[in-house]
Write a protein that binds this ligand. Structure first.
Ligand SMILES: NC(=O)c1ccc[n+]([C@@H]2O[C@H](COP(=O)([O-])OP(=O)(O)OC[C@H]3O[C@@H](n4cnc5c(N)ncnc54)[C@H](O)[C@@H]3O)[C@@H](O)[C@H]2O)c1
Length: 348
């Protein structure tokens, strides 16, 4: 494709606003349309948007020259839109992703691919046949420190074998979403499927599919509908001593947000913690500490830049495929099954 990719963003909430800002700053793209059911958002009043990380951007936005739709289907059928970006609540992902693929658009959907495996399979099958390209925004695969760790620690094995890997993602309770859909487990999948899936997907990105998984945690702690609000999952991988991921959004407000990991390797301990400065360090066995140089930007800017590049160069995305996103959802759901069965080991 010659020229800028013309983007339509569907759902101007925490993530829609984030993606909108990224596209505006990227010379490969131009936002030509937005869709939201909320008239205030379409008027450029974005003051009600909130999330677990601040982006410091303006509360009111100049939307001159951008087409505004109340009905997402009108954006999907807009012939001037090349790429439909689905930043809708999770329970709406499959419906609009399928519609946009059927309309011949390129589609990026926020994670998780959707809220259930039957629909996820439909999305993957539709994406395989579609004219447009498809990616799920599993941003952690692109997050600079996580991408560096995949390449240098796991693929190149620069610090010897991985003996232990643990991942954490903890947040204050997200009571800020549109109509509070995040607190309804039937719509969001609660913390296990919404928040923790970032690490579930990254664990799979590093080590592949585990032989088995088991999990414990807390159900219905802050959300309603039988959802898992805090989870600690343990994965069995031949050749890696232990792999654990903890995720939860039942933290008291003062806690804020933490994403972090520790990889204990034969020759070094690799530590990332977004609440620390510096956030990333490789502590060598000889007592020295390295601060790796990682890519500039964050997971959001890098993932969208990658997908825009795939569209312009007519290549299918390899970093995240639909099948990969489906398998990550399947693993998160397997963890929920294990937890609800009292921590029983299950096959992923
Ligand atoms: N990658 C990440 O780090 C990350 C972070 C947060 C959320 N997410 C994901 O992004 C998605 C959106 O989450 P959010 O926090 O931005 O939600 P949000 O509640 O902040 O925003 C949702 C928006 O969708 C709009 N909307 C609802 N129904 C609509 C419809 N039928 N048509 C058009 N607009 C509609 C709402 O008005 C609202 O503006 C979720 O799938 C979530 O899991 C990803």
């Amino acid at each position: 494709m010659a020229g800028k990719v013309r983007v339509g963003v569907v759902g101007i909430g925490f993530m829609g606003k984030m993606h909108f800002g990224v596209y505006k700053a990227n010379p490969k793209s131009q936002v030509v349309a937005i869709a939201d059911v909320d008239a205030k958002k379409l008027s450029g009043d974005w003051s009600a948007i909130a999330g677990n990380i601040g982006d410091g951007s303006a509360k009111s936005v100049d939307l001159a020259g951008i087409r505004k739709y109340r009905d997402a289907m009108d954006l999907i059928n807009d012939p001037e839109v090349d790429l439909v970006d689905i930043t809708l609540p999770t329970y709406l992902h499959a419906r609009y992703t399928l519609a946009a693929l059927a309309a011949g658009k390129h589609v990026i959907s926020e994670k998780p691919i959707c809220d259930n495996l039957a629909d996820a399979k439909k999305v993957v099958a539709a994406a395989k046949k579609a004219r447009g390209r498809f990616m799920v925004a599993h941003c952690i695969r692109f997050w600079p420190e996580y991408a560096w760790t995949k390449e240098h620690v796991v693929e190149k094995g620069e610090f010897g074998k991985v003996l232990s890997a643990s991942f954490r993602r903890l947040s204050g309770t997200p009571i800020w979403s549109w109509t509070n859909w995040l607190m309804d487990a039937k719509k969001s999948g609660a913390a296990a499927v919404d928040l923790h899936i970032h690490d579930v997907d990254y664990v799979r990105y590093l080590f592949g599919d585990p032989k088995a998984v088991w999990a414990q945690g807390a159900v219905n702690a802050v959300s309603k509908g039988g959802g898992v609000d805090h989870i600690v999952a343990q994965y069995r991988y031949p050749g890696v001593g232990q792999v654990t991921a903890e995720g939860g959004w039942a933290m008291a407000p003062g806690f804020g947000f933490e994403m972090s990991f520790i990889l204990v390797c034969e020759k070094a301990t690799v530590v990332y913690n977004c609440t620390k400065t510096p956030a990333f360090a490789v502590h060598l066995r000889n007592g020295k500490t390295l601060t790796p140089k990682v890519a500039a930007g964050d997971g959001y800017s890098l993932e969208l830049d990658y997908f825009l590049d795939c569209i312009q160069k007519k290549r299918n995305p390899k970093v995240v495929t639909g099948t990969e996103a489906l398998k990550s959802l399947a693993l998160a759901l397997a963890e929920v099954r294990s937890l609800k069965a009292g921590g029983k080991q299950v096959r992923a």
